[in-house]
Design a protein around this ligand. Sequence first.
Ligand SMILES: [Zn+2]
Length: 678
Amino acid sequence: MTQNILLKPFETPYNSAPFSKINTADFFSAFKQTIEDSKAEIDTIVNNTEKPTFKNTIEALEFAGEQLDRISSIFFNLNSAETNDAIQKIAQEVSPLLSEFSNDITLNEALFKRIKSVYNSKDHLSLTIEQQTLLDKKYKSFSRNGANLPEDKKAKLREIDKELSKLKLKFGENILAETNKFEMLITDENELSGLPEGAMEAAKQLAESKKKEGWLFTLDYPSYIPFVTYADNRILRKKITLAAGSKGFNNDALDNQDIVLKITKLRFERANLLGYKTHAHFVLEERMAKTPEKVLGFSNELLEKAKPAAEKEFQNLQNFAKDLDGIEQLEKWDGHYYSEKLKQKLFSLDDELLKPYFKLENVIDGAFTVANKLFDLNFEEINNIDKYHEDVLTYKVTDNNGGLAAIFYADFFPRTGKRNGAWMTSYKPQSIKNGLDDRPHISIVCNFTKPTKSKPSLLTFNEVTTLFHEFGHALHGMLANTTYPSLSGTSVFWDFVELPSQVMENWCYEKDALSLFAKHYETGEVIPMDLVKKIKESSTFLQGMQTLRQISFGLLDMGWHGQDPSKISNVKAYEVEAFSNTTLYPEVAENCMSTSFSHIFQGGYSSGYYSYKWAEVLDADAFEYFKEVGIFNKEVAIKFKDHVLSQGGTEDPMVLYKRFRGKEPQPEALLRRAGLLE
Ligand SMILES: [Zn+2]
């Protein structure tokens, strides 16, 4: 019998992860063992002499490798929230094994043959909708990787994939090198005028770390953003802005223009090979938006409505800069600076003013109360399950009948070994197997202000909305009610996954919700209404310009990926054309967006940049439904739970959404919320 706890049944309360009993070293052998086990399970499916059926092939494949998945979630969650050298070393060793294993599956022709046989007979199988979705998903995970192609085309596809991953890597390396190459050393303290103390301190430390005298600024965001936002020196703002805007566009060894052209052509070719008109058609097949036409229609509609407001805002900003400093023409390097100045003038909303009303414990209670009022969930803190760090809070979540809904972990404070940002994840997905509903173990991880000896943890308003955001993702996980784990909770199309999270943020701006938890940590006084009003007003500040900017990036992305790119030979000229309807600032010849657009050329956002705005349209439209009848209206909440939150990815998101809302999402609600509609 093995001593490796990861390979045995956990025998813990709620079958929770036995963190305290895991030896880090055990992960590696557990991975190796469970990968072998999973391979054996796949072999069993392939070698089955019976005719392929949904049950013996699709469902069997779905539940194959369960133990491997469980260990993977525990391991990779720890690698994000509580890592160390040993974990990182194992991650490096194990990642190639995992991708090799998943490649082996996708390339397994005998397995695909069985899946295809089930797929081809799908109309006669009387499957449930969820089963149809699962079948479709499994089939496409093969067909979209070329499983249906003849050998020569398969080989061609592999060649393209290999070339693409090299180019994407090179694209990213060039951007990183460009970012690291630039340094702006300031030795005259006068040139720091306007910068807050924290930014100066950081710049001084950076200089010291490189054995230099003075203050050092780089193109890293924590250094760059404060500089362009606060530095009074316009010439230096211009210098650093131009440097940031010309990454990959300097006609040298780090230039990305050629790579952009090659990537877009290869993606187009790949899509054609698989039978799709363009790369965007290929990508959007597995998105709520479905087609490039839909994305373009939605983008142009928003654009048309936001543009007049954006132009007006720009003019106001221009006038403000002229009055203040005699600026005749507002340039790109003025945008952050004068926006911040104007915002201060209009709202003077100071974080320190708001923080006393947002004690962490109160905000957590607030989120729980909102979840209770809407979805009948009850949260009880428990201490009988293992934690991976003493800061982690653990809860048992039940429904109104006392039935277990989920186990919930919440991990709020920064520490060494935790990565930046905030996220939701799960240690165990929800599923129904052999008639048993196996409830999920969900976690949110944040990096909020820590309590001190004299003060509790007081959150900035931004941290409050972040908590509600991640909690919204968590609700999507906790309320899951599906049969198959790969369709459960947040396993939905990419442009749909931010609806549950973003919609929850809306409650943070509502008086009726705030009065439940936004109470002064010393006096207990509920946050004054004029502060709430200011928060609301400042949230729509320059929304027209912001909308125009986001849409312009989305349209550029669709421009590169939604058509045959072979006729494009000049990256900059093409970009200028793509931006022609969305620019506010004068064109800067030295700069190019595409050559450093990592989201779409290095990361996974190609043909997906639109989803930022798309998700906002969804959440505003959904929340307006609540607003129409009351933000705690049970009927609407139950509809949202039944048709969206509990359904995961079991059905097409547009169908789910329409069932909840009664119609397709419309952009008007977002425009109204952003103050862009009269
Ligand atoms: Zn999110």
